[in-house]
Structure formats: C-alpha cells, structure tokens
Design a protein around this ligand. Sequence first.
Ligand SMILES: [Zn+2]
Length: 242
Amino acid sequence: MFTGRVVEEIIATLLIISSVKEDNMVWEEEMNECYSVKSGYNLAMRCIVRSDRHHERLCRGCLSTRVRLTQRYVECELSCHVCNVEVEDDIHVFFGCVAARECRSVAGLSQLLQNAAYQHGTVADRVFGMCRNEDSATIGRVTSLFWCIWHNRNEKIWNDNIPSPSQVGRMTFVVWNKWFTVHQLQRHNVVPVEDPRPVRWKKSRVGCIKCNVDVAFVVGSGVTSMGLCFRDTNGQFVAGLT
Ligand SMILES: [Zn+2]
C-alpha cells in the first residue's frame, strides 16, 4: 500500500494520545467509523468532482451566489438578482427561482427536477442523486440546463440582458447537442476539421442593398423553408422575409 520510506515515516510519527496502543481500522466518513457503500460512493464522487478533469463549481460549493458572496464578506444584498423575492443561494438559483422553473419547463426537465427524490439536501446531494438514478443523456441535459441558467443569470448581471425562458430552453438543447457531438467524435477518435478560411459577413458596396438567403429542405416531409435578410451599406437591417 505504501512505499518503504513512507512506512518508516508513518512508524516514526509520535502518537499524540498515549492511550492508543494498537492500530485500528477507521472509516472517517461515517459517525460510527464503519465503512458503508453509500459513504464510499459519496467520497468517490467528491474526489471525482475535486479532480482537475471535473471542475464543477456548483458541486464544489464555489458558485458566487449572493449568499456565498456575503459569507465571503462581500457587501451585497441577499435577494435574488432575477426574481428579487427570495434569498439567492444555490438551491434557489437552480431549483426554486421562478426563472429556473420556467427554463426547466421549456427544456422538458420539469418532471425530473420536481421528482420528490431530488428535493432534499444541497445541490450537490441532488445532482449526485440524479447521477445514481438517471442515464447519462438525462444527466447531460440537466448539466446543460444548469450551465445555461447560470450563464443567463450572469448575462443579466453584467449585460442587463434578460433572455426569455424559451431562449434558455432552446440554448439548453444547443449546448447539449454540441457537447454530445464533440464527445461522440472524441470517443471515435475523430478530430473535427475546421475550415481554415475565416468566414465573415461583409457590407455591400455604397448604394447597394445586400440580401443573404438561407434555404432548408426537409427530406420526406416535402417542406421547404427560406429566410431572406436585407441590409444597407452600413450593415443596418432593412427588411426580412421568411
Ligand atoms: Zn429568484
């Protein structure tokens, strides 16, 4: 278990309590000092979350909610940035806030996140509970949703931009799809090839209107859609058509 040098150092360490005469097996994750699968699992999950590969600030209790900022002696109000009704802690941001509830509804995750099994303990407890019971695709969608909720909260704080719940719901799908695609490519050792040519929209010549067109053909359904956008010499929007 240990190298020879470490064993020597352990044996050479003086015991503080003189009454201790014999070595004892102790599992410090339980009050009764006996190992249990549950506490072993929780310890393993904490180690995974703390490792460099899985820097999840939410489960490490490091997200800068107002409650946490106050605990760190930052002077600020405690009420939620978004709803201004309740105290802004981790649970409120991801479970209780009206914005979080609307976003999870659009993302199709209300039923899961309202499940009675995930209404107790810290956010980390709830997330680990879901990790134990749900499949990885569902966990991926929840993670994407939480990321989007936090991202949009910051959008409001720093840019005074308040995306609608339906925008956040759509963004959750986009984030999850991107993550899933990259993950699949990595699993099959496929390196995504990026086009080396930078594609940039350019303004039209003086006196001209530029029209950009995009068309979609949906195979099998017979549906075709089209969008047109007209901009002037300064790049200002003139007209649109779908
Ligand atoms: Zn709120």
